[in-house]
Design a protein around this ligand. Structure first.
Ligand code: ZN
Length: 313
């Protein structure tokens, strides 16, 4: 199989379900993850190791991760909000752990009741935990700069603060950095500027990923802008599942199938079978009747004569 040009991580089972009211049965979560993996999605963020009393949706985190770990060729990702969650995730066999750190102090205090500096200190302790693992099964640690493009509590987030947090996370032991537009404030110019700044500060070879929400309709434009400045790792959600707790009725993450369509029609290989992916969207959410879904390509259909990258001459 040809190497992919961009790596798309489906984050619906975590970011989407985190913002969905009803509980998705464990069997349905597993079926969804299996179906997307079978469509060629290389990485899926499958759950969050947050206390079940805070977010009951993730009461089955261990079981869902064990299932994802059993799927060949898939890289499962898990979110951990704190040290305790990291311990739980590693004990459950997590191979790739994503830790969100709010660049916005107001968001950090409201979300995890810690200052950004305290959250970075805790991240360093998680990195020590990971480093203590046997070399051949050491988990990867992703440091995600949340609210990197603005915050619904604080408003503007200084770009210098984002660069500072990104550098601190690398220094603390992150294997890669993600810049997250947590509340959907970003615009394409800002995306290019901020990714360039972080890239310049952090070095040419250090992995940097993008996490965009489509809250204000600029998700795809922002993903394209990030691609144009060299970003090759993107998070997205099938059907744009999820919403924004601060903006009722607003859509969730960038829509996976639309993102795949954009890249494939540009000749950028995602490794994902778009037809199969659209089929997954039709079946995966049946057990979640109140799920609000978004996106275009699943409704409009593929253009006549459309050739995905994988089938192009
Ligand atoms: Zn998100």
């Amino acid at each position: 199989m040809n190497a992919v040009d961009v790596v798309i991580t489906e984050v619906g089972p975590r970011d989407g379900l985190q913002n969905t009211k009803s509980f998705m049965p464990t069997a349905a979560k597993k079926a969804w993850i299996s179906a997307e993996a079978a469509a060629g999605v290389p990485a899926i963020e499958v759950c969050s190791f947050v206390p079940a009393k805070l977010i009951p949706q993730f009461v089955d985190a261990e079981e869902v991760l064990a299932h994802a770990n059993s799927l060949r060729g898939l890289t499962p990702v898990v979110l951990v909000p704190n040290f305790k969650g990291c311990e739980r995730a590693l004990a459950a066999g997590a191979h790739r752990v994503m830790v969100p750190i709010s660049v916005s102090e107001a968001h950090s205090m409201s979300n995890v009741r810690k200052t950004t500096a305290q959250a970075i200190e805790e991240f360093a302790r998680m990195a020590d935990l990971v480093k203590a693992q046997a070399r051949d099964r050491r988990a990867q640690l992703v440091g995600a700069c949340s609210t990197a493009f603005g915050c619904s509590l604080q408003g503007v987030v200084a770009e210098a603060d984002v660069v500072r947090v990104a550098l601190a996370l690398r220094a603390a032991g992150a294997d890669s950095i993600s810049l997250a537009d947590t509340v959907g404030y970003a615009n394409p110019e800002q995306v290019k500027r901020l990714f360039r700044k972080v890239r310049e500060a952090i070095g040419a070879d250090f992995p940097i990923e993008a996490h965009f929400h489509n809250t204000r309709g600029l998700g795809l434009a922002n993903a394209l802008a990030a691609y144009e400045v060299g970003v090759r790792n993107f998070d997205s959600t099938l059907g744009g599942l999820g919403g924004c707790p601060f903006a009722p009725g607003a859509s969730g993450n960038v829509v996976t199938e639309d993102l795949v369509f954009m890249f494939e029609s540009m000749g950028v290989n995602t490794g994902i079978d778009l037809g199969k992916l659209i089929e997954v969207r039709r079946t995966a959410f049946a057990p979640l009747p109140d799920a609000e879904l978004y996106g275009h390509i699943s409704k409009a259909g593929l253009p006549k004569g459309f050739q995905p990258w994988s089938q192009a001459a």
